[in-house]
Design a protein around this ligand. Sequence first.
Ligand SMILES: [Zn+2]
Length: 239
Amino acid sequence: MAVYLCHEQPHLYEHDALIVDARPGAVVLSRSAFHPGGGGQVSDIGKIETAQGPVGVTHVEVDGDTWWHVLGDPEARLEGDVVVSVDADHRRRVASLHTMSHVLNAFVFEEFQGSLVTGAQINGDGTGRMDFDLSAIDNDRLRALAAPVNDVIRRGLDVTAVYVDSEEAAATPGLVRSMSVAPPPTPDGRLRLIDVDGLDRQACGGTHLDNTAESRPFEIGKIENKGKHNRRVRFRLGE
Ligand SMILES: [Zn+2]
């Protein structure tokens, strides 16, 4: 995983760029503040402003190191200098839900003796889910974790990204808690950790809030049994 522009400058929502490759309905940019998605998180959405007007970007398609910004108009052919905008509301919804999924993960890990995440999905509409390797537990105990998660929102804990040596991180128990969503190290062997102050440290390449107080309330919806060792917890942001 490279260090993305959105990792270096998480509050950059608009910038200039040059189109370096194009096909009808998609472009590659010289630089992009978009998050390309991954680890279950949807990509950013936004728009690209050209001399002819704005064109929406519906998602990013990752092809190796190349990010195709897929346009709302499949016929659009863009070229030259452009202004790139990331949809800030979409980013905030995804970052909120993603940050609070770390908090939920921390409480599940604590409550159920080291249970790991087997999958996650963070959508653009304020809904998401996580799968945990849990068997033979009472779903009400899982549902009850919404209360301490909302308490973390009220307490307003700082959320920061730190980079550590990946070998050192691998030797720290509980740090890479997810079986499927942990990001690979950066080319120089560092791992990006998201630190929720005093509560959780977790390897992750996604987008997050700066403080848990920025999140809307966290609601747990349906809990499903997906196979013998798998619980799927659906959640969403409340009003
Ligand atoms: Zn994350």
